[in-house]
Design a protein around this ligand. Structure first.
Ligand code: GFB
Length: 328
């Protein structure tokens, strides 16, 4: 393990993407840990795609640590419908923040990618070394290319300027503050909302996109937040590092688990006109576990907790319309 760094409680820490699933979990964790100088500009206060604005902001606030969790994100359909936004926004956000972090001498930056950076058909579980070893999954290629560019960006700044920029690749995530919009969401929030709505409407059938055969690994975002802080303290290497549970299940099994938790009387109906996406995505997490880190939240408890959050916080649970997906 690398020599741990101690981040002072009064360090100025920039969490980019504080309103998104990941950024909000990192902010909550840092607050619980007693960090008092968090910098969390909203999208309206700072457009992270604008280099001049980002430079001015860094010059003024001088962050010492950066968690780069901002981006345009979404599930399989959103990726297919808005490829230009997914590649442009993410390329720009990574570039402006990484460049400013170098210009203004940030002590350490953690960049968050995604497990979709890996080739569609690579050996499972997916080792870090599989990066760029084959063609990508077409449903999210623009997003994946932006995320791969982000890794290479951090590595290039590290090599040329000696910046302490590190890269973590989380698996599919879920938890409080997720996007529950049915067109935009990832599978788990979409399933929670669909089963809930069917229960409210008294409908028995719930539509599951695709064949149900693809396999996914899911991790609770609070585990990811803990891991991000752990990596900020303990990891300082060029190579990106996978973050996951190392366990996956089929979409059919996942839908059945959500059914049991939300609406046991429901029946699953598969809709093969919708895309399956990549057949399997399960990360090899041996590099992370060798550092001594393990997730704490099992999938069933995580889904129960997320459903409780949905019921108490989300307008859709009360039948109101829901909003947008950009996390910056
Ligand atoms: O989570 P998801 O949208 O994205 O879909 P990916 C995962 C699987 O769940 C696919 C199925 O096989 C979907 O067809 N699925 C079943 C559903 N019912 C639903 C539903 O109601 N909504 C959704 N969304 N899916 C994303 C990438 O891929 O993963 C992103 O597109 C990102 O770029 C993210 O990398 C982590 O896992 O296929």
């Amino acid at each position: 393990m690398d020599e741990p760094i101690s981040i002072p409680k009064n360090a100025r820490i920039f969490v980019a993407g504080r309103h998104g699933l990941v950024g909000s979990a990192i902010v909550s964790l840092l607050e619980r840990e007693g960090y008092g100088e968090l910098l969390t500009p909203s999208r309206a206060q700072l457009d992270l795609r604008d280099q001049a604005a980002v430079d001015r902001w860094f010059a003024r606030y001088r962050p010492q640590y950066v968690f780069l969790a901002a981006g345009t994100v979404g599930g399989i359909l959103a990726n297919q419908q808005r490829p230009a936004e997914f590649i442009y926004d993410n390329l720009m956000i990574h570039a402006t923040v990484v460049h400013a972090a170098h210009l203004y001498g940030v002590d350490k930056l953690l960049y968050l990618g995604s497990s979709c950076i890996y080739p569609r058909d690579c050996p499972q579980p997916i080792a870090e070394s599989s990066l760029l070893s084959g063609p990508l999954e077409p449903t999210n290629e623009p997003y994946a290319i932006a995320k791969i560019a982000g890794i290479r960006l951090c590595q290039a700044y590290r090599r040329q300027y000696g910046c302490r920029f590190i890269c973590a690749m989380p698996t599919n995530l879920y938890g409080p503050n997720d996007n529950f919009d049915l067109e935009e969401a990832h599978v788990l929030p979409a399933l929670i909302r669909k089963f809930h709505q069917a229960k409210v409407d008294g409908r028995r059938e719930v539509a599951i996109w695709g064949t149900g055969r693809p396999r996914r690994e899911l991790m609770h975002v609070d585990d990811l937040a803990r891991c991000c802080l752990f990596l900020m303290r303990h990891y300082d290497a060029t190579e990106h590092i996978n973050v996951g549970t190392g366990e996956d299940l089929s979409i059919h099994q996942l839908a059945d688990l959500v059914r049991r938790i939300v609406y046991p009387q429901a029946r699953l109906v598969f809709d093969p006109s919708k895309p399956d996406g990549t057949p399997r995505k399960c990360l090899d997490v041996r590099r992370l576990t060798a550092l001594g880190w393990r997730p704490q939240i099992d999938l069933e408890s995580g889904i129960r907790q997320t459903y409780d959050w949905f019921l108490s916080h989300h307008p859709a649970a009360r039948g109101k319309p829901v909003g947008a997906s950009r996390t910056a």
